[in-house]
Write a protein that binds this ligand. Structure first.
Ligand code: PMP
Length: 279
């Protein structure tokens, strides 16, 4: 498969990243994961806007503008003949001997991107997944999509060890999001999800869910809720670029609602399906 490395298309085995890359030492970089449906990038503007925000706030200059970036990603998708899949893009602060301060101003950021051909997660979207809860021990800039994912990785692994598909993170009982997706519950037929502040990643799929909810006349609130609210919720689901809209049918071994994907979740999934099929 062909990778994009800086401004070149190269086979994977010709992409060489220095051991002095600051991404390797410090997780000093940012990334995006895009979905490709039918050979086309899904919601690219949202991803580019978020990438620009992450770059600005961690002060990594983007190596080229968004139009150029888009051209490269489209070329990458075509060169790899991707119909259904993802594009992973990361940019680190560049290569320099290990030292905490930013490297000299002329240090070039290192950009790398590749595609994966992957099918949509049809069976988990149909059946739903189970989840556990865990303390959200992450830092206070969870709205930036940075490479510092150790807390997310640890939490996800704990879920898998316990036989669950995702982990719902909370700060002192207030639910934020999941290790690699946003989290929503349904109470009295209305959607609740944590507000888009510094404590969660502002998911592109989360925005798509809002758009679909408006179209379907489903009320939604960007309002924090607690683990207790979750335990009395009728429905719960996660949203994310690769998981799309996936029902959560139990939490810590307790059924959510009837223990099946609920009607609001199903309506949203159907609308999402229509959107994807219209691309
Ligand atoms: N929260 C976290 C922590 C994530 O890593 C992700 C990305 N998978 C999401 C939410 C969902 O964001 P998006 O819908 O943009 O994929």
């Amino acid at each position: 498969s062909l990778y994009l490395y800086q401004n070149q298309f190269l086979p994977k085995d010709q992409v060489s990243i220095s051991p002095d890359d600051r991404g390797y030492y410090f997780g000093d970089g940012i990334y995006e994961v895009f979905r490709v449906y039918n050979g086309v990038l899904f919601e690219p503007e949202g991803h580019y806007r978020r990438l620009e925000k992450s770059a600005r706030e961690v002060r990594i200059p983007l190596p080229y503008n968004i139009e150029r970036m888009h051209q490269y990603l489209v070329e990458l998708i075509q060169a790899n003949h991707i119909q259904e899949g993802t594009v992973y893009l990361q940019i680190t602060r560049g290569t320099a001997p290990r030292s905490h301060p930013f490297p000299p101003l002329d240090t070039e950021p290192v950009l790398m991107a590749y595609c994966n051909q992957i099918a949509r997660p049809l069976s988990t979207m149909e059946q739903g997944i189970t989840a556990i809860t865990a303390d959200d021990i992450r830092w206070l800039k969870c709205d930036l999509k940075t490479l510092n994912l150790l807390a997310n990785v640890m939490a996800k692994q704990e879920a898998l060890v316990q036989g669950a598909g995702e982990v719902i993170l909370h700060r002192k009982g207030t639910v934020t999001e999941c290790s690699s997706s946003n989290f929503m519950i349904v109470k009295k037929g209305e959607i609740l999800t944590h507000p888009a502040n510094n404590l969660i990643l502002h998911g592109i799929t989360r925005e798509v869910v809002f758009r679909l909810a408006r179209k379907l006349d489903i009320v939604y609130h960007e309002r924090a809720f607690t683990i207790e609210d979750l335990h009395s919720a009728e429905e719960a689901f996660i949203s994310g670029t690769t998981v799309e809209i996936t029902p959560v049918i139990s939490v810590n071994g307790r059924a959510v609602g009837q223990g099946n994907p609920g009607p609001v979740t199903r309506k949203l999934q159907q609308a999402f399906e229509q959107l994807v099929n219209s691309l």
